[in-house]
Design a binder for this molecule. Structure first.
Ligand code: PMV
Length: 307
């Protein structure tokens, strides 16, 4: 039996603008994990999704299904022509469709578990590329940030089409990640932003430029340990996300609550319209911020340290 795990992720800065070539920053969230076990059992390849109580026979899934895609592409990359008999069991504590990268984490753990089980070797770059291909199913036109941060398992400064840049955090800091409880599929939010961009490219390009500048400044602030500045940059990024119309009343209520309870900065994270918000908190303020977020309607709050 072979086991592999991959963490969740959150985007700190630059969502949406990253789809249009601007930089973004994302970090792994190790408090939540997808774990995959591979063993020689059964006929053909079976995928058991433990949390969903579902069993899939890979050969019978439609060719574009992410489980089938990831299995067949991994086998091809490993130059294995004949389907082995395997059972792939998946368990995940990453909430689904909440911007925490659950799909990419499951794919990453699957590629890694399959590769080591079958005695192959793939570079992180190769694994990340395979995970990206499966992410197309969930996201439509993913920027590639999810697969990168989840496979490299480090804070990443990401620009589409460029080598990912992983960087060091000078002063570790705490993040509260609060789930608004509103399900918001990424591909819908991304599609709406694309329609708005098509209608008024000049305005949207300027907004994306401003978001890109914030992501650059945020990388500097993280590398230099300037946490006050980082908080202000989050607020500023949120102001721009509101202008591209991806915030929501639920997210705004959480953001106000976090700031009032002492967070240094707060914004939505990921596709928006629902899903998660994040706030920079300190050792002394994190308890109060978590309480305030729950009172303001958060259905779940994760506190993670970025290091
Ligand atoms: O909600 P998430 O974490 O899947 O993030 C979506 C981030 C976008 O920038 C809106 C899309 C993308 O592919 O980067």
């Amino acid at each position: 039996m072979t086991v592999a795990s991959a963490p969740g992720k959150v985007i700190l800065f630059g969502e949406h603008a990253v789809v249009y070539g601007r930089p973004a920053i994302a970090v792994p969230v190790t408090q939540v994990q997808a774990t995959v076990e591979v063993q020689e059992e059964g006929r053909g390849i079976r995928v058991v999704a433990q949390d969903l109580d579902e069993v899939y026979q890979v050969e019978r899934l439609p060719p574009s299904h992410p489980f089938r895609l990831i299995v067949t592409k991994t086998l091809k990359r490993l130059e294995i022509e004949e389907l082995p008999d395997l059972t792939i069991s998946i368990r995940s504590s990453i909430p689904m469709a909440r911007g925490l990268g659950s799909g990419a984490a499951v794919s990453a753990a699957m590629v890694q578990a399959l590769t080591s089980h079958l005695g192959g070797e793939l570079t992180l770059e190769e694994i990340s590329a395979l995970v990206y291909e499966a992410d197309v199913f969930y996201h439509g036109t993913p920027s590639g940030i999810d697969n990168t941060v989840i496979v490299y398992q480090k804070p990443v400064y990401f620009v589409k089409g460029h080598e990912p840049y992983t960087f060091a955090v000078k002063r570790p800091f705490w993040l509260a990640i609060a789930d608004s409880g509103v399900v918001s599929p990424t591909r819908i939010a991304v599609g709406d932003v694309r329609l708005a961009w098509q209608r008024d490219k000049g305005r949207y390009e300027r907004l994306f430029d401003a978001i890109g500048t914030i992501a650059d400044q945020a990388r500097w602030a993280i590398e230099e340990g300037e946490l006050e500045q980082l908080g202000l940059l989050m607020d500023e990024n949120q102001r721009l996300l509101r202008q591209i119309d991806v915030s929501s009343p639920e997210l705004e209520a959480l953001i106000v609550a976090a700031r009032r309870a002492g967070a240094k900065g707060a914004k939505l994270s990921g596709a928006g319209r629902g899903g998660n918000m994040i706030a920079i908190v300190e050792e002394e303020t994190k308890g109060a911020v978590v309480d305030a977020l729950k009172q303001a309607g958060a259905v779940a709050v994760i506190v993670t340290q970025v290091r």
